[in-house]
Design a protein. Structure first.
Length: 480
């Protein structure tokens, strides 16, 4: 009920403000998450290009691994660079830099005449992919109101798998002409859209306040929250900022604090879990896996579309559940389902080659990706964007994502060699064991962040780590 004396028109005005805030957040998500779409496209497109590059360049299994993983080692260093740039320059300006590198990198990859230049170009493109993988969820988590933060940040995950699906569709279309350079180069188009669209977005309230720009923070908050909630949100962010400033220590020193260091180790563990469980072996090498069951190159590339479709559908379902069910339950459920589907997938390679076996392998890959994309992928990216305190958020998330990309790099480099050495069945059983170990880790260490403002979440995580919670009256004492 409106307070006594409130003008009769306040209700309609507040409704209009709410609709405007909704449109503003949708616009932010649509533009910023293009970084996620580029991330997905540039990682997914290689699956369709590799079979043709293998013939063009005479690639061995090691060569396939090197070209695939060059982007990933670049992404590892890009994630560190992105975290530092986002803290220093702002989330938006760091994304602008990534957009420019996306454009140049995509064109360089498409035009590279030799394996050496292709490898270098994919490394450079990886710098943008890694930066976007850190900055985009960070940007979305800091601009979103708490009650929809999970869905808005998870929209980035939806855009990643949508980018992969787009890559699979274009791969299948262009495969009939063996136009693998076009597959790689078309990534420049959404990169231009990202670069241009970012000029119309503000930075996040939390970054503005971290730089002492309170008025700009308030302007952004008034576009995302009811007017009555803005002072309280500013005060909450201000308090967190005041505690950080009072400590007078840099971000690296903050990481030496036991509870922050513990959170960083958990974040690194979650990042590793997302990769050691095998998702990118499927994303990068699905046509190669299907071809090993007897399917031809064109049919294998086309069949991979099913993997992309289920990834989008499952991510959308995960987005709808994550703010209601919570992060931990989704992680645990997903890892259990992934372990079962990978065990069955490994067993299916013991069957004689036939169209039925190819269909079974594809079906189990789709089942695995449904569990992975709807739970673990969505949950881990969201947790990494939420769980670190403001002062070290960019640095800590960059460090965690750096490890994620290093593990991704190792999987992409080793997977083709494992297929040759031990076969697909034992390789997928190794991933199933990794899922079981990851389930134990997440059950013990993964935090639950559902429904809390980022500043309130910081106090909860301090308490969970055994640190005394910091009250408003303690704002003059040292923190983290």
């Amino acid at each position: 009920m409106a307070p006594t004396g409130q003008p009769a028109s306040a209700g309609p005005r507040e409704g209009a403000r709410t609709r405007h805030a909704g449109r503003f957040l949708v616009g932010i998500a649509a533009i910023a998450a293009l970084g996620g779409a580029l991330f997905g496209y540039d990682t997914g497109v290689i699956s369709g290009a590799l079979p043709f590059m293998e013939g063009h360049f005479g690639l061995t299994s090691l060569g396939e691994g090197v070209i695939t993983s060059a982007l990933l080692i670049g992404a590892a260093f890009g994630s560190l660079l992105g975290g530092r740039m986002s803290d220093a320059l702002g989330r938006r300006n760091a994304l602008l830099w990534a957009g420019a590198v996306f454009i140049g990198g995509a064109l360089a990859v498409a035009l590279s005449p030799t394996v050496a230049l292709m490898t270098v170009a994919r490394f450079v493109l990886g710098l943008a992919v890694g930066s976007a993988s850190v900055i985009t969820p960070l940007y979305l988590s800091e601009v979103a109101p708490p009650h929809i933060r999970g869905r808005l940040v998870s929209f980035n995950s939806l855009m990643i798998v949508s980018g992969q699906l787009l890559a699979y569709l274009l791969n299948a279309f262009l495969a009939q002409w063996a136009a693998w350079r076009w597959m790689l180069g078309l990534a420049a188009l959404p990169a231009v859209a990202l670069f241009v669209g970012l000029f119309f977005l503000p930075d996040t309230p939390r970054w503005y306040i971290s730089k002492g720009r309170r008025d700009e923070a308030a302007r952004v908050l008034r576009r995302t929250l009811p007017a009555d909630d803005v002072p309280a949100e500013l005060a909450r962010i201000d308090q967190a900022r005041g505690l950080e400033a009072e400590a007078r220590r840099g971000a690296w020193q903050q990481l030496r604090t036991p509870w922050v260091r513990r959170l960083l180790l958990v974040g690194i563990g979650l990042a590793a879990v997302q990769q050691i469980t095998g998702v990118n072996a499927v994303v990068y090498f699905a046509p190669k896996i299907l071809a090993s069951t007897g399917l031809g190159t064109g049919a294998s590339i086309t069949a991979t579309i099913a993997v992309g479709v289920i990834s989008v559908v499952a991510t959308a379902i995960g987005m709808s559940l994550i703010d209601r069910v919570g992060r931990r339950p989704l992680l645990l459920t997903g890892l259990a389902g992934m372990a079962v589907s990978l065990t069955l997938l490994g067993a299916s390679f013991r069957l004689p080659h036939s169209p039925a076996v190819s269909a079974l392998v594809l079906g189990l890959m789709v089942l695995y990706m449904a569990f992975m994309q709807g739970t673990l992928n969505t949950g881990v990216w969201l947790l990494l964007a939420e769980m670190f305190p403001l002062k070290v958020r960019g640095l800590a998330m960059g460090a965690a994502v750096f490890v994620m990309w290093l593990v991704n790099f190792a999987v992409a480099l080793v997977f083709p060699l494992l297929l040759d050495a031990v076969g697909a069945g034992p390789t997928f059983w190794l991933f199933a064991v990794a899922c079981v170990l990851s389930l134990v880790f997440c059950k013990r260490y993964a935090p639950e962040t559902k429904g809390l403002a980022l500043e309130d979440l910081e106090h909860e995580l301090r308490r969970a780590a055994g640190e005394a919670p910091v009250s408003a009256s303690a704002s003059t004492s040292a923190s983290t």
